[in-house]
Design a protein around this ligand. Structure first.
Ligand SMILES: C[S@@+](CC[C@H](N)C(=O)[O-])C[C@H]1O[C@@H](n2cnc3c(N)ncnc32)[C@H](O)[C@@H]1O
Length: 251
């Protein structure tokens, strides 16, 4: 199934390439940089699954969809899709006085109605709130066995690392860190590579194609895959292809 959100760096266009490279055997699946979880929603529901992200607004939204959907539905049905409301919600999303459900509803609408799902500017897109809410019921069902975590990548890897575990990692791409609400530094790319060199479990990692990332993971199985770059395809007819890397510590 598809995710319920577009997200910067979301893997809608790469999910099939990633899932087809999963190993046959694993007991636990951990999505370390969950985002909108396009890969988790696409893969078979099986075994023990963990969704993690450091962005606490996003994690709160996942939790409210899983545990408080009727309340979230009630809150969402009072929200109009309008520029004025969008700007007001953007200002007030992190007010301390809001409940988790109010915060989740605002965050959801901000992402859904913003340009490019970046949460910055009103996107003038037509959205049917009832269709969105109906789909959340399918998402709730899919999340029924998923554990939702809100940790830094190093902590979640340390917590779950075992021989029978598969980690899927989709960090902010090298050079695109500024597009995310949570900070990701150049040192963290290095730290992630160092951690992955020493884990017991299996990992599959997606990254942008660049020499720097190839250098960090030179000892692993690196494949380059190509996909249509939506934005480029829209504006520049000649350069429609975007290359990404899929890196694994298994064959
Ligand atoms: C490329 S996006 C993941 C997209 C996701 N695969 C999808 O399909 O929607 C990277 C995610 O990493 C999260 N993130 C950034 N720094 C992190 C950290 N130190 N630990 C865990 N998550 C982090 C961001 O909040 C963002 O949601």
């Amino acid at each position: 199934m598809n995710s319920f959100l577009s997200w910067v760096g979301g893997k809608n266009y790469l999910k099939k390439e990633i899932v087809k490279r999963f190993p046959k055997e694993y007991d636990k699946y951990i999505e370390v940089f969950g985002g909108a979880a396009w890969v988790l929603f696409y893969k078979d529901k099986r075994g023990y699954e963990v969704y993690n992200d450091l962005n606490s607004d996003l994690v709160n939204l996942f939790k409210c969809v899983k545990f408080h959907l009727p309340e979230l539905k009630r809150e969402l049905s009072g929200i109009l899709n309008s520029r004025q409301l969008f700007n007001e919600m953007k200002e007030s999303c992190n007010f301390i006085g809001l409940t988790d459900i109010q915060r989740a509803a605002r965050f959801f609408m901000i992402i859904k109605t913003s340009y490019g799902s970046k949460g910055q500017h009103f996107g003038c897109v037509k959205k049917d709130i009832n269709i969105m809410i109906d789909y959340l019921y399918r998402i709730q069902e899919r999340l029924s066995n998923v554990i939702i975590e809100n940790m830094r990548f190093e902590k979640i890897i340390e917590r779950y690392d075992k021989k029978n575990v598969l980690f899927y990692l989709d960090p902010p791409y090298y050079g695109t860190e500024k597009y995310y609400q949570v900070q990701f530094s150049k040192e963290e790319h290095i730290k992630l590579a160092e951690i992955l060199k020493n884990i017991e479990g299996k990992f599959i990692l997606s990254y942008n194609e660049c020499d720097y990332v190839r250098g960090l993971y030179s000892e692993f199985n690196i494949e380059s895959v190509q996909r249509l770059n939506n934005l480029t395809a829209r504006y520049e007819k000649d350069d429609r292809r975007y290359r990404e890397l899929i890196i694994r510590n298994y064959k």
